[in-house]
Design a protein around this ligand. Structure first.
Ligand code: C6P
Length: 404
């Protein structure tokens, strides 16, 4: 049986108070809290193993390298990638997306080539492509989103031309919670001779993602959204593509041999990992993945679904409240507005009740424009949230609404 009250004991921060009230943390799509085992893994490594990786012949360096490479293997099994050469450590989703935009862009895109984005992308999956457009003159096309928050798949299929080279889509929207059909999107992309990049920042923490089953060409996520530390993330890429792409940054780690005349690069994945990697972060991320797998991805998904359904049910009884994103099987986020109340005021007043939600444009301004709003309020759930926290949140909303 899934017992969030037991799980909460693993997360020391959840027992703290804010403004003299118990913390109700509902900003998990921004970042999740960390279980004790992750924090201890960081501490233990600095206390007892710390040394730079891949460089020293000495004992500690070897041990730190082993932990770092074991973490890569851990991520490989988590995503079901074919080899560790396909697992690149990055600083997070944003860096993964920028790496593909730069490096895939260099190798595969030229003036007039087309990249398809969706209207629900995070700025991290829009701006790098606009920078590439400035540099190379590529063309960006956008799949629209309907009123319920679903992608227009007919339109998607009609956007392809012989010049389409890449599709960039989020797996789960950080605003609408929509789960995009990435397998079907990949199939369509491939049948049109294009590749697909999946932003899995909001999906990997909540649902099983198998890169072979979905057949995506690139997929990226952030450690801090899956109970791991900040500053570490992952980019998965098919070896056949990564092999043909130039390095993203130059420096130590990524070279095979350097002379002033010419440099040759390391094999995958090191070609894309210039400089000292976050080897403490990678190990702590692997501990977080262990934690998630031990809890059970299916249990987590079922629990979060229950929270989402209950929250939706309670919120539909609040007059003047509109929820954005009404697709079935949504991810664990609810974005909303209440008539006559600025989302910032809503967030500030809930905060005073100890309830942490996010307000604003959620780094998805084009999506805000699509729905004709400046911003939204958003509650997002994680494996440790409880139904009584949903009650506190919904009661808080009622209270704020009455104040206005
Ligand atoms: N979304 C949110 O509150 P980084 O910052 O690199 O870890 O993740 C960026 C990112 C990319 N794609 C999606 C779908 C995301 O949701 C995010 C981060 C946070 O919604 C912060 S804006």
């Amino acid at each position: 049986m899934y017992l969030p009250e037991e799980i909460r004991k693993d997360f020391p921060i959840l027992s703290r108070e804010v403004y003299g009230r118990p913390l109700v943390y509902l900003d998990n799509a921004a970042t999740t809290q960390k279980p004790r085992c992750v924090v201890e893994a960081i501490m233990d490594e600095y206390y007892s193993v710390n040394a730079n990786v891949h460089r020293g012949v000495h004992f500690l360096s070897q041990q730190a390298t082993d932990l770092h490479e074991a973490a890569r293997e851990r991520v490989r099994t988590f995503l079901n990638a074919r080899s560790t050469g396909e697992i690149l450590f990055t600083r997070g989703t944003t860096e993964g997306l920028n790496l593909v935009a730069y490096s895939f862009g260099e190798a595969f895109l030229s003036e007039g080539d087309e990249v398809i984005l969706t209207a629900m992308e995070h700025h991290s999956n829009i701006v790098p492509w606009q920078i590439l457009r400035e540099r190379k003159g590529i063309v960006l096309k956008v799949v629209p989103v309907d009123e319920t928050g679903q992608l227009d798949m007919n339109k998607y299929e009609r956007l392809f031309t012989p010049r389409t080279k890449l599709v960039c889509t989020t797996h789960i929207s950080n605003v609408l919670g929509t789960v995009n059909p990435i397998r079907r999107m990949a199939k369509t992309a491939h049948s049109n001779g294009a590749f697909i990049l999946v932003d899995a920042a909001q999906s990997v923490p909540h649902t099983q993602v198998d890169v072979q089953e979905t057949d995506c060409d690139f997929l990226t996520f952030s450690g801090h959204k899956i109970y791991g530390p900040t500053g570490i993330g992952v980019l998965y890429g098919k070896e056949s593509l990564l092999d043909r792409m130039p390095p993203y940054q130059g420096g130590g780690e990524m070279i095979s041999r350097v002379t002033f005349e010419k440099t040759t690069y390391e094999r995958l994945p090191y070609k894309f990992e210039a400089g000292t990697p976050d080897y403490v972060g990678s190990h702590a991320l692997s501990v977080a993945l262990d934690y998630v797998e031990k809890t059970g991805m299916e249990n987590i998904a079922a629990h979060e679904h229950k929270l989402l359904q209950y929250a939706t049910e309670r919120m539909t009884h609040i007059p003047g409240l509109r929820i954005y994103g009404e697709t079935a099987d949504k991810g664990a986020v609810i974005s909303f507005n209440i008539d006559g109340i600025h989302p910032m005021d809503l967030g500030t007043l809930l905060d005073r009740l100890g309830i942490a939600i996010r307000t604003g444009h959620h780094c998805a301004q084009p999506l805000m424009q699509r729905f004709g709003v400046e911003g939204m309020a958003r509650a997002s759930f994680a494996l440790y949230n409880t139904l009584s926290e949903v009650d506190a949140f919904a009661d808080g909303l009622e209270r704020v609404r009455k104040m206005f």
